[in-house]
Write a protein that binds this ligand. Sequence first.
Ligand SMILES: [Zn+2]
Ligand SMILES: [Zn+2]
Length: 141
Amino acid sequence: MDTSNGQCSCGEVHFEFTGAPINKAFCYCRSCQKLTNSDKWFGFWVPVDKFRFTKGTPETYSRLGDSGKMMHQKYCGKCSTTLAIEVEVAGFYSVAATAINGSNNDSPTMCIYASHAPKWAQFPNGVPKFDILPPEMSGDG
Ligand SMILES: [Zn+2]
Ligand SMILES: [Zn+2]
């Protein structure tokens, strides 16, 4: 099976995952805006059992998601790069696209929480846009 890997800016924390992500989403929620100081977070959704940290131990910041279940943000304690957000309600990690090696040519498959975006947000052309989530999904990230 294909293995992808990545790391934070300083290289203290490394991760890997196997298989193709189940989704590649731009999330425009308020938490993602604050996390990135931009309009969105680009996350590759990887089931928890396919993802692991291979070097270093990330710090964890846990917050309550819209779903009522916790979101666990995993970040490097040295350089503060957020590497992944564990979305408890849905059993996946939203892995930071920018931290994944070789992901520069990937594109998002959907935009979520678009109704929470700031006025200056940028939306890609031709990518489905949802006010919150597609009807069949729950949880954010
Ligand atoms: Zn680091
Ligand atoms: Zn978000």
